[in-house]
Structure formats: structure tokens, C-alpha cells
Design a protein around this ligand. Structure first.
Ligand SMILES: [Zn+2]
Length: 189
């Protein structure tokens, strides 16, 4: 299992227990952490958050969630840095790039521009390329991730992902079927 988002070396443990992991679909152990300063995307240090956030990490799949999940409540929109949302946004865009996009500066630059426009976060080209390569290795996985995510997204964030995905698809000849699949995954929530 690939860990897409992690907090290695920069977090403090607040507690642990068992919860229902939406991704595993069953009860699993979790660790609750406070994340300081940075989080990592695909093991690449990504964002100086400038704030501390708390999250809950599944001990099996290592997916991280808003601590609200422990109360059974839907993840709140806004305010809290939403790891799953940012990953989904990037993965949806990357999935719609043409084959070999990691070597195409224009395609990578386009994703960086859109990601910045939607989130205010400036990803490096290296970070985008790493995600492109991982997505190309297992393209079908994106749909499953997005349908999982859709169950926890509010309408505004779902629309953000759709908007960014459509923008990438509009520049990629033949991306129509792929886009339809991603739209269907997001609608599944
Ligand atoms: Zn899990």
C-alpha cells in the first residue's frame, strides 16, 4: 500500500484507539497526531502549513482523516487542512493528462497553475511529476480514491475538483472517457 500523505518526523502522538476507517471499510486501529509545520506528499516535503493541525491516521492503510471522523461526523469544510481533498484534486487532474506527461513541461506546468488557483499552494514540478508517475503505474486506482473521497466532500469542494479536472481534460485530446469516469466517481458520494 502506497502512503500518499504522511507526517513522518514532524508529528506528535496525541492518542490512539479504534475507529471505522472509510477506506478499509472496517474497524481498524488509529493514531491521532498533531502535525507541525510540514506535511509530506508522496514523501516529498510539501507545504509549510504555518499552523498545527490534528489528524487521525489509520494504522492499516495509513490514510489520514480529520479528527471529526472519530465523532462519526462528516469532515468539516474549510478551516482544517483537508489532506484527502488535496490529494483527490491533484490525482483527478493528473489522471487526465496525456500519456508521458511527466516529460511534458507544459502539461506539468498546467497542473501546477490549476492547483495553485484552486488551493493557493505552489507545488514544485518535481512533486507533480512524482504524482504523474505514480498515477500512470496504477491509473484505475484514482477512481476508487475519488469515490471514497466523494462521500466526505461538500458540494463546493466536489465542484472544485470537477472544475480542475475538466480544465485539464479540455487540453488533453481524447480525455473524454477518462473525464466521464472521474465525474461518475465523484458523483458516487
Ligand atoms: Zn484504513
Amino acid at each position: 500500500m502506497i502512503v500518499f500523505f504522511g507526517t513522518r518526523g514532524v508529528s506528535s502522538k496525541l492518542g490512539e484507539g479504534r475507529f471505522h476507517c472509510p477506506r478499509c471499510g472496517t474497524e481498524t486501529p488509529y493514531v491521532r497526531r498533531r502535525v507541525r509545520q510540514f506535511f509530506h506528499l508522496y514523501y516529498i516535503p510539501l507545504v509549510p502549513l504555518g499552523e498545527r493541525v490534528e489528524l487521525v491516521e489509520c494504522g492499516v492503510c495509513r490514510t489520514t482523516f480529520d479528527p471529526a471522523i472519530l465523532g462519526g461526523a462528516p469532515v468539516a469544510a474549510g478551516g482544517t487542512f483537508d489532506y484527502e481533498f488535496h490529494r483527490g484534486l491533484l490525482r483527478a487532474m493528473v489522471a487526465l493528462l496525456p500519456p508521458g506527461a511527466a516529460e511534458q513541461e507544459e502539461a506539468v506546468g498546467g497542473v501546477r497553475d490549476l492547483y495553485r488557483a484552486e488551493t493557493g499552494i505552489d507545488l514544485s514540478a518535481q512533486e507533480v511529476k512524482a504524482v504523474v508517475r505514480q498515477t500512470e503505474e496504477d491509473p484505475g486506482r484514482v477512481d476508487g480514491e475519488l469515490s471514497d473521497l466523494a462521500q466526505r466532500l461538500d458540494g463546493a469542494r466536489r465542484e472544485q475538483i470537477l472544475r480542475a479536472a475538466r480544465a485539464v481534460a479540455s487540453r488533453t485530446p481524447g480525455a473524454g472517457d477518462r473525464l466521464a469516469s472521474i465525474e461518475a466517481s465523484l458523483a458516487a458520494g
